[in-house]
Design a protein around this ligand. Structure first.
Ligand SMILES: NC(=O)C1=CN([C@@H]2O[C@H](COP(=O)(O)OP(=O)(O)OC[C@H]3O[C@@H](n4cnc5c(N)ncnc54)[C@H](O)[C@@H]3O)[C@@H](O)[C@H]2O)C=CC1
Ligand SMILES: O=C([O-])CC(=O)C(=O)O
Length: 337
């Protein structure tokens, strides 16, 4: 589906015959929503998906019937509210965009009270039915929902930190697009590693690590960083109460799912930022963090170090860590109550 590699570091061509690729069932929980529908559509076009399982408390069977007419080989099944366990049976990848989106004036953290329990209950079903699946969390606030999913799986005795991912790909997509806009170059030439978490100051773009990014300085740098950190707000404002990013997020979610699929299929060199259990800043109480991660047959293969960063990025990182710590602790506290 994606002609370009998911990340700038990739140079491998994709060489899967359908017989070489393993059978992969992907479940989407929240498939009837603003993200869930276009994400499911994009996953239907991915030849590495052999079975697509669409679940929502509203509308999933209709979405599944519609998407199932697309002429790619995968099977598509839709499941109503009371059939969550059926939807998860045999899933190797579970993507979760279930939950409420922001309205203008809200932060992602304002979604916590509603989305924390949605994500907790879905994760409990994953633990029960498909405990070995890779879980890709889109629902906000990602900085807290990923620790919640992890804690649910841990409580159930099935937690594998290599298999729980916060999807931060939209920040990577925005950074490439916005940097390309500033430098007047193709986003394909302006791939940016974005580290930290997924909200405001916790989003840290490492522009200094790219040839084009290095050249952006002064006011232009400050406003570019701000746009990457608060790109979500732009969409929330523009939609005027009708939700947040759905289409760009579906694209980003499909791209990240494709990266996980390629890793599971044994492709080497699949590297992309994602928010995972990470040792990098664990000594500062931040035990989930997004950096470049190599994906493989078992999920996370290797967590890359952040690499050399500029003095400005040191400051961004210093601002990120306390906020991220609070968000992570909030998720953990919710699970310990
Ligand atoms: N990680 C990221 O970069 C991004 C995350 N998001 C987040 O994704 C989430 C979904 O956003 P949208 O699709 O725009 O919202 P939406 O309201 O359009 O769709 C959410 C869907 O979840 C379903 N749902 C609610 N509770 C459920 C449950 N218990 N089980 C299954 N399905 C359930 C709803 O019925 C609805 O169809 C929000 O939390 C939003 O903040 C949005 C954009 C980017
Ligand atoms: O801004 C939001 O609430 C949705 C989101 O996470 C994004 O667009 O990055």
């Amino acid at each position: 589906m994606f002609a370009r590699p998911a990340v700038r570091a990739l140079s491998h061509s994709r060489q899967f015959s359908s017989s070489a690729a393993r059978q992969t069932k992907v479940a989407v929980l929240g498939a009837g929503g603003g993200i869930g529908q276009p994400l499911s559509l994009l996953l239907k076009t991915n030849h590495l998906v052999t079975s697509l399982s669409l679940y929502d408390i509203r509308g999933a069977p209709g979405v599944a019937a519609d998407i199932s007419h697309i002429d790619t080989a995968s099977e598509v099944h839709g499941y109503p509210a009371d059939k969550l366990d059926h939807a998860l049976e045999g899933a190797q990848i579970v993507v979760i965009p279930a939950g409420v989106p922001r309205k203008p004036g809200m932060t992602r953290d304002d979604l916590f009270n509603t989305n924390a329990s949605i994500v907790r209950d879905l994760a409990a079903a994953v633990a029960r039915v498909s405990p070995e699946a890779c879980v890709l969390v889109i629902s906000n606030p990602v900085n807290s929902t990923v620790p919640i999913v992890s804690a649910v799986l841990e409580k159930a005795g099935v937690y594998d930190p290599k298999k729980v991912f916060g999807v931060t790909t939209l920040d990577v997509v925005r950074a490439a697009r916005f940097l390309g806009g500033v430098t007047g170059t193709s986003p394909n030439d302006t791939r940016v590693t974005v580290i930290g978490g997924h909200s405001g100051a916790t989003i840290v773009p490492l522009l200094s690590q790219t040839p084009y990014g290095k050249g952006v300085t002064g006011e232009a740098y400050v406003s570019l960083v701000h746009r990457i950190q608060f790109g979500g707000d732009e969409v929330v404002q523009a939609k005027g109460g009708a939700g947040s990013a759905t289409l760009s997020m579906a694209y980003a979610g499909a791209r990240f799912t494709d990266a996980v699929l390629r890793g599971l299929n044994g492709e080497k060199g699949v590297v992309t930022p994602t928010f995972v259990k990470s040792p990098l800043f664990a000594d500062q109480g931040v035990d989930f963090f997004s950096t470049n991660v190599e994906l493989g047959r078992n999920g996370v293969e290797k967590i890359h170090p952040i690499g050399p960063i500029s003095a400005e990025e040191e400051k961004l990182l210093a601002a990120c860590l306390p906020d991220l710590k609070k968000n992570i602790e909030k998720g953990k506290k919710f699970m310990s109550q």
